[in-house]
Design a protein around this ligand. Structure first.
Ligand code: TYM
Length: 334
């Protein structure tokens, strides 16, 4: 059994929001002490929908700074931009020839993102999960920490790994485990609609908490968050059917490190007039120090570029042997 190797990525579109943080990034931070970790800005994935070229580089720097502010430590983890490691794309092509149309057609995120406009979506949006598979397989990752919405893509990466090994009779790829946070953090929902996930593509800023929100904005967004008029129950099962209430309690639990049951134990019988200020306070306590660090890091873009360049060089060195072995396995000299 190989040692634990963690790989995960985030698209540098918009800033970090609470869903990213609780669903993925804060777990990345914790894993740094347990495993060899590679974290990257998925800037090539960002091309699958409309991009603003003038913005992309700045967005990548900003996201790198946000990750470092959140606790990703370049001395412990390898931090880089996906586009700086061509091996991920090269393996991506080979794996496109392993993945089957039917597998990709089942991907729910493509259906959600393409909506009614499937014919006009980029081909990249459709094949995007194959590049995602290459992103992790090229490092022989054992664990991929992601939110619930990415689970299907990691399962696809497992299928691709196993089919490639089987087709070419090699033991090259490791089938990675999707590592989804327990409980409420795995899927943080919109503050305006408990049935929709919190997302940077939601046009309403009131639907999400961004890392860059001021304390007042956080308090205001929580105050205006959609809820119902009932008091909170003691039994977590009674939150079923109350999507907005369940989401807010889940966010609180994820931040305080308690179970939903423990949180309800303290707030049962109280309405949102009491719960919301406590939640806003917990959010401010979590985000204010991160925001402070982000503001500092922004003052030195050269340092961010240096960190990303060093990370890219280390990632390239780790990816090269797997890519070479994949070329050999399919019969291409390398
Ligand atoms: P992205 O950029 O949409 O999201 C980054 C991470 O945040 C998680 N996440 C959430 N978790 C809980 N609740 C939410 N509302 C929420 N919104 C986002 C995501 O699950 C993800 O872990 N395709 C990926 C990027 C990627 C990648 C990879 C990830 C490219 N290659 C290889 C892992 C491995 C994406 O678009 O994530």
């Amino acid at each position: 059994m190989s040692a634990m190797r963690v790989v995960s990525g985030i698209q540098p579109t918009g800033g970090l929001h609470l869903g990213n943080l609780l669903g993925a990034i804060l777990r990345w931070v914790r894993m740094q002490d347990e495993a060899e970790c590679l974290f990257f800005l998925a800037d090539l994935h960002a091309l699958t929908v409309e991009v603003d070229p003038a913005q992309l580089r700045d967005n990548s720097r900003e996201m790198a700074a946000a990750l470092i502010a959140s606790g990703i430590d370049p001395a412990k983890s390898i931090l880089y931009a996906q586009s700086a490691v061509p091996a991920q794309v090269e393996l991506g092509w080979i794996l496109q020839c392993t993945a089957r149309m039917g597998w990709l057609e089942r991907m729910t995120q493509f259906k959600e993102k393409s909506g009614k406009n499937k014919e006009r979506s980029s081909v990249g949006l459709f094949t995007y999960p194959v590049l995602q598979a290459a992103d992790v397989l090229v490092y022989r990752a054992t664990h991929v920490p992601v939110g619930e919405d990415q689970k299907q893509h990691i399962e696809l990466a497992r299928d691709i790994a196993l089919k490639f090994n089987n087709d070419f009779d090699v033991e090259l790829f490791v089938a990675p485990e999707p590592y989804i946070g327990g409980g409420s953090a795995a899927r943080v929902m919109s503050l305006r609609d408990g049935m929709a996930k919190m997302s940077k593509s939601d046009p309403s800023e009131m639907s999400r908490i961004d890392l860059t929100d001021s304390n007042d904005e956080i308090a205001q967004k929580i105050r205006k968050a959609r809820t119902d008029p009932e008091p909170l129950p003691a039994d977590p099962a009674l939150l079923d059917g109350r999507a907005e209430a369940k989401n807010l309690v889940g966010i609180y639990a994820a931040i305080s490190g308690e179970t939903v049951e423990q949180v309800l134990g303290r707030f049962a019988g109280q309405g949102f007039g009491a719960f919301k200020p406590a939640l806003a306070e917990a959010l401010v306590a979590l985000l204010e120090p991160l925001r402070g660090r982000l503001e500092q890091l922004r003052r030195d873009p050269g340092e961010i570029d240096r960190i990303l360049a060093e990370g890219a060089a280390r990632a390239q060195a780790l990816a090269a042997p797997t890519l070479a072995a994949a070329y050999r396995a399919v019969g291409l000299a390398r």
